[in-house]
Design a binder for this molecule. Structure first.
Ligand code: SF4
Length: 74
């Protein structure tokens, strides 16, 4: 968990084309997800509460959507 958070922050600070392309793909999915929340302009996942700008940039992370609700969306 902590490794995923650190990786997300690292990739947020130092951007690479490969990670940005994947983050963009994930962000599009999150934007239409019923669990997506927005607190004062900061989008976060309503299941794990992670800020989506970092979560979508952690290549080790997986969407936490539960199996009984269709499983990970990305
Ligand atoms: S459940 Fe998955 S798709 Fe939905 S907001 Fe969280 S990370 Fe994004």
């Amino acid at each position: 968990m902590i490794n995923e958070i650190i990786e997300g922050w690292e990739n947020y600070i130092v951007k690479t084309p490969l990670v940005e392309a994947e983050a963009k793909r994930r962000a599009k999915i999150c934007a239409s997800c019923e669990h997506s929340k927005n607190d004062f302009g900061v989008p976060r996942c309503g299941i794990c509460n992670c800020p989506l700008a970092m979560k979508t940039r952690s290549m080790k992370s997986e969407c936490p959507n539960p199996q009984d609700k269709g499983g990970p969306k990305w």
